[in-house]
Design a protein around this ligand. Structure first.
Ligand code: SAM
Length: 221
């Protein structure tokens, strides 16, 4: 049952997290009861964090009690698993700018008191600074936006503690459809390298085509 990381389990070979909101579902995922606990299977084809773990992520900075700033929360698929992992002592700030996705995210946050929905543009951290109390331990970014690196840098400088960690999925097709993915990855990594130590680089195929997942440590100001 216990997996490689705190709060991440294996059930019949599949990844799962222990539900923080038993009896509710975030995206039609399967749930499994084990005694008094409920576990939700974590689909690597729906969640890049699940894919990154299966593709060999070596360090997992999101743990029980972590404060996480999640950029591009969409309807809460991955964010709900982050909520399971951080548990009652942690918090996940969920930034999403599409009203349609926010509509689906709200009931997920309603069922989970450790998820805070924020309807805002991640390119403008000053617009939601008032909602974020103190610094966060981890920024998770999955925005599929051409300005991905700039969004990470702006949010890290505003909200990430020194030595804090960042996880980011780079979708090469969202940045430059005509360039080779490797060239696009290098460009994004070189923009981030001044502010972050790049610890891990994971290609997400076969779960996601042309996506690179980064784990980074913030050097601080
Ligand atoms: C690939 S989806 C995220 C999927 C989600 N991370 C998951 O695994 O459940 C990208 C999301 O980022 C949002 N997004 C893109 N640019 C954004 C921005 N500048 N600010 C906030 N959200 C943004 C999109 O609306 C979309 O919902």
């Amino acid at each position: 049952m216990e997996g490689k990381f705190e709060g991440v389990f294996r059930i019949n070979g599949k990844l799962a997290t222990k539900s923080f909101a038993p009896g509710t579902r975030a995206y039609g995922e399967k749930a499994v009861r084990e005694g008094k606990d409920e576990f939700r299977l974590w689909d690597p084809y729906r969640s890049k964090l699940s894919a990154a773990i299966l593709r060999g992520l070596r360090q997992m900075p999101i743990k029980g009690g972590s404060k996480v700033l999640y950029l591009g929360a969409a309807s809460g698929t991955t964010a709900s698993h982050v909520s399971d992992i951080v548990g009652a002592k942690g918090l996940t700030y969920c930034v999403e700018f599409a009203p349609r996705s926010m509509r689906d995210l709200l009931p997920v946050c309603e069922a989970r008191k450790n998820m805070l929905p924020i309807l805002a543009d991640a390119r403008m951290p000053e617009e939601y600074a008032a909602y974020i109390k103190g610094k966060v331990d981890v920024i998770y970014e999955d925005v599929a936006d051409p300005a991905q690196a700039g969004i990470m840098l702006a949010n890290a400088s505003a909200f990430l503690r020194k030595g804090g960690m960042a996880m980011m999925a780079i979708k090469s097709q969202s940045i430059d459809v005509s360039a080779k993915p490797e060239r696009t990855y290098e460009k994004v990594v070189s923009e981030l390298a001044g502010a972050f130590e790049i610890l891990e680089r994971i290609e997400l195929s076969p779960f996601d085509k042309d996506h690179l997942f980064l784990l980074m440590r913030f050097k601080g100001e």
